[in-house]
Design a protein around this ligand. Structure first.
Ligand code: PA5
Length: 440
């Protein structure tokens, strides 16, 4: 069981009794439903409520897509994209060509990206999973229109039925109407699970099953963490409450930026998923820790200087993986021209570990508090556990901050302007307003 190591953070901000009690209380609120945003607590007991039948149904749909397609295009944005992408990167091998290849669309409105992707799949069989909880988000809707038309052109309207799967709201939204009318296989995103908390629903599970990820173990790991952070688990045994509490203590002392650090490049998208989870959940009412992510030692050579000596508003949370899957040693060279023979016979992971410890000491000495989460190895079980850990801690953190962690009112502002600029029907007065601003 993972326990956050806060020994290099508590000299910067202490975890007093009152904060421990508040964290325990906020954890309990997530279970009693008496806190803010209680309509969106479906994720709290989600891992333990997933049934074997449900997972088997997902696996059977995934198997049929795998049979049909060389490339499965997963369409979605935000919470309907980042979870699957994060887990896929964490558990995959970037150098391995797999069939089917899982690619993502609808998370950008880049014409070049979309055109390049369509070009790349021209000679390969395709299928798609289109994911949108609201069913009305513009970015995935544009991608879906293009991909659906391509699928229908190639395989006919009937053939499209077996190559298109929708994951959306049970009743509402344009995607639901389109899927119902066309007769696509559809999975429901539960009403009480918000986008960024939805990776353990079909939103994440279906694309991951298509990619051959062991979704049973993923859920099993999440279940394990659900038990470890249950309502009655005391603070000293509850890793999510401990992480939430130390973040809150640091924030109150002026540490306003949290950097999620990993020493494994395959965790880059895990940091992206985490950034959305915490950024959308906490950044509101003029409050909240700004979440950033880095991969070391790559980013030590870009962000290292700032972290070591820039504004002292940063703290780091390090995901440390103890055991690599593969073994690669540095060999002795006859000619020690590069001066590396002192490392002969040692594993690269040992060098990486020393880089991690050395960096931690340097950053702590430089005034950057450090929280460390040690994971024995990256496996589907441990990733599932980590996902639930961060979700639970996020709910507790939001309550400690005094905000509703489950809404995202700020995400709407850009959409209104974009629609006004595009002259979408119904936005006439907003269009006129914006024109006036540009005319000045
Ligand atoms: O967390 C959220 O709710 C958002 O980031 C959504 O996931 C994102 O906006 C995509 O929304 P939808 O799934 O409705 O297309």
């Amino acid at each position: 069981m993972m326990t956050p190591d806060v020994s290099n953070a508590i000299s910067f901000a202490s975890l007093d009794d009152s904060l421990r009690k508040q964290a325990e209380y906020c954890n309990a609120l997530l279970h009693t439903g008496e806190g803010k945003g209680s309509d969106f607590l479906g994720w709290v007991n989600l891992p333990s409520s997933v049934t074997a039948d449900f997972l088997n149904d997902i696996k059977s749909t995934a198997a049929s897509l795998r049979r049909l397609a060389d490339v499965v295009i997963v369409i979605g944005i935000g919470g309907s994209y980042l979870g699957a992408k994060a887990v896929l990167e964490a558990l995959g091998n970037p150098f391995e060509k797999r069939r089917p290849e899982v690619v993502f669309a609808g998370h950008t409105i880049s014409e070049d990206y979309m055109a390049q992707m369509m070009e790349a799949v021209k000679e390969r069989s395709i299928a798609t999973i289109v994911i949108s909880k609201s069913g009305t988000t513009t970015e995935p809707a544009i991608a879906f229109r293009i991909i659906k038309q391509e699928i229908e052109k190639r395989y006919g309207v009937d053939g499209a039925k077996e190559r298109i799967v929708a994951v959306t709201d049970e009743k509402r939204g344009a995607l639901k109407s389109v899927a119902d009318a066309a007769g696509y296989k559809t999975y429901v995103i539960p009403d009480d699970v918000g986008g960024r908390f939805s990776v353990l629903t079909p939103v994440g599970l279906l694309p991951l099953a298509v990619a051959g990820i062991d979704i049973d173990s993923l859920i099993e790991g999440a279940r394990d963490m659900e038990r470890a952070t249950a309502a009655d688990v005391p603070f000293d045994k509850n890793p999510a409450a401990q992480y939430a509490a130390i973040r809150s203590a640091l924030y109150r002392k002026g540490y306003k930026v949290e950097i999620l650090v990993a020493y494994e490049p395959y965790l880059q998208y895990f940091a992206e998923w985490w950034k959305q989870l915490y950024g959308e959940s906490e950044g509101k009412e003029g409050k909240g820790i700004f979440p950033a992510g880095v991969i070391f030692s790559t980013d030590l050579h870009s962000m290292g200087q700032y972290i070591q000596e820039g504004e002292r508003i940063l703290f780091e949370t390090v995901i440390s993986v103890s055991k690599p899957h593969r073994e690669l040693r540095i060999e002795k060279a006859d000619n020690d021209g590069d001066g590396l023979n002192f490392l002969a016979g040692r594993r690269i992971s040992e060098v990486n570990r020393m880089a991690e410890l050395g960096t931690m000491l340097a950053h702590v000495d430089g005034g950057v508090p450090n929280i460390r989460l040690e994971i024995s190895e990256i496996s589907a079980f441990n990733v599932g556990s980590l996902i639930y850990f961060f979700e639970k801690a996020c709910g507790i953190s939001g309550y400690l901050l005094g905000v509703n962690p489950f809404d995202q009112p700020g995400v709407e502002a850009y959409k209104k302007n974009m629609f006004a600029l595009l002259e979408k029907p119904g936005y006439e007065s907003a269009t006129a307003e914006i024109r006036k601003r540009f005319a000045k």
